[in-house]
Design a protein around this ligand. Structure first.
Ligand SMILES: *Cc1c(COP(=O)(O)O)cnc(C)c1O
Length: 445
């Protein structure tokens, strides 16, 4: 459910025609719907209401501080995976007690930053990290919440790409089930650490509620043993990975996940335990589109190739994961609104296109062999379901400045990140000998 809809043959986000945004701010531009973000957050909370979970939105899915501020105001906490994301969260005003920090390779500096900031907990991913966190807390002379990220070794099913599966034995994430007890005890026995509980994150997207059920079962077994051993487990964090509907073909919804997960955790919550969830994609993906403009049309052999002004450096998912993004003109020339996201095939008057970006890289496509209304240079295309892992994975490859970001709330339109300039591309490229002002100048021989 989102608020990107065609009305009279024109695409709107909430109450604003996206072509007006393209005209005002240029393309490529990411456009987000505040109403959709907040609605999705509320849907998770409603589906899991009997667990009253703390919902920690995953910053790596979508990290603009103005969007984080809106989610925090709606009651969300955040899940961060680096000091940089923690910086964003604090800047956005997320209360420290609603911030959890995962990641396999945290530095001492990041751990001290987390401790000093007084966040809810660090989700520790190795024994070495638990010891590093204890040192950081001792150095800061401040208590620190420590949870253990468990590798539950559960199957998530073949629809989850191998590149985004994180909960199998042999991988780099979390701590093997049979070692969790001993690492958790380090937190229990430490002077500065406060044991905060257990965490898992299975990967993304995970389509089978049963995978979560299996992981919860395993974590509850460890919880019982720890509790019997006098080690408190106040929190169970079930991570993120809930799917978003990219293809319009329907994916399991919140109620499907809640039906499997919630009954298993009810007695844990009744006994005073807290459940944390870390959805990212499921909240953000359908809350954003990327607008691009058609630059050139050509044929290559028998194929129609459209070259747009955006590509893999702005939205890498198709090139990297081989995933699907629906796309359609903001104002189709034949007036045809898309019928769902796959039903366009039933419509007359469509042509087959390969939609490519401007980069010098053969994987730089947004879509291949797609039936679309006829296109001309200057047409604005909307690339849907781009709100998650879109801008956050954007790079400067080919030295293309990154897109602007715009937030729509009802009829209100706000620029929340300006388009980058060529100066932005080189602003960090200082010459240590010549001094920081040297960018753009040539050092004398
Ligand atoms: C990436 C990540 C998430 C969010 O995953 P989504 O698929 O976007 O919901 C949650 N928790 C952790 C630890 C992550 O690394």
């Amino acid at each position: 459910m989102d608020r990107f809809t065609y009305r009279d043959g024109v695409l709107y986000v909430e109450d604003v025609a996206v072509e007006d945004i393209a005209a005002r701010f240029g393309t490529p531009v990411y456009v987000y719907s505040h109403g959709t973000l907040v609605t999705h957050l509320r849907q998770v909370a409603d589906a899991f209401a009997d667990l009253a979970p703390l919902i920690c939105f995953s910053v790596k899915a979508l990290s603009n501080i103005h969007l984080l501020r809106g989610l925090a105001a709606a009651g969300a906490g955040v899940d961060v995976v680096s000091g940089g994301e923690l910086y964003r969260a604090l800047l956005a005003g997320v209360p420290a007690q609603r911030i959890v920090f995962a990641g396999v390779g945290k530095s001492d500096e990041e751990l001290r930053y987390a401790v000093r900031s007084g966040i809810r907990c660090v989700n520790v991913e190795s024994e070495g990290e638990m010891r590093a966190l204890a040192r950081a807390a001792a150095e800061c002379r401040m208590p620190a919440g420590a949870a253990v990220r468990v590798n539950p070794d559960v199957a998530v099913g073949s629809r989850t790409p191998a590149k985004t599966t994180t909960g199998r034995r042999g991988g780099k994430f979390g701590i093997d089930l049979d070692r969790v007890h001993e690492v958790y005890r380090l937190a229990v026995d430490d002077e500065w650490l406060r044991p905060e509980g257990l965490h898992f994150h299975l990967g993304s997207p995970v389509f089978h509620p049963r995978a979560y059920g299996d992981a919860v079962d395993k974590v509850l077994t460890v919880t019982e043993k720890l509790t019997a051993d006098g080690a408190p487990v106040p929190t169970i964090n079930i991570g993120g990975g809930f799917p978003a509907d990219y293809e319009g073909s329907g994916v399991p919804g919140w109620s499907d996940f809640a039906a499997v997960i919630a009954p298993k955790l009810r007695s844990f919550v009744a006994a005073g335990g807290t459940v944390v969830m870390e959805p990212g994609r499921s909240i953000a993906a359908n809350a954003g589109v990327l607008l691009a403009s058609v630059r050139y049309l050509k044929t290559s052999g028998s194929r129609n190739v459209v070259i747009t002004d955006t590509g893999m450096s702005h939205l890498i998912r198709t090139a990297f994961y081989d995933t699907f993004h629906f796309l359609w003109p903001a104002r189709p020339r034949n007036g045809l609104s898309p019928v769902g996201r796959t039903g366009e095939h039933d419509q007359p008057d469509l042509a087959r296109y390969d939609v490519a970006g401007p980069l010098c890289e053969s994987s730089d496509y947004l879509a291949k062999d797609r039936l679309l209304p006829s296109l001309r240079p200057g047409d604005v295309l909307a690339i849907f379901t781009a709100g998650a892992y879109g801008m956050t994975m954007a790079s400067h490859y080919n030295s293309l400045p990154r897109p602007a970001e715009v937030l729509v709330d009802g009829g209100d339109v706000r620029l929340i990140r300006r388009r980058e300039t060529y100066e932005d591309l080189v602003s960090a490229e200082v010459d240590a000998e010549a001094g920081p002002a040297a960018a753009g100048t040539t050092k004398p021989a």
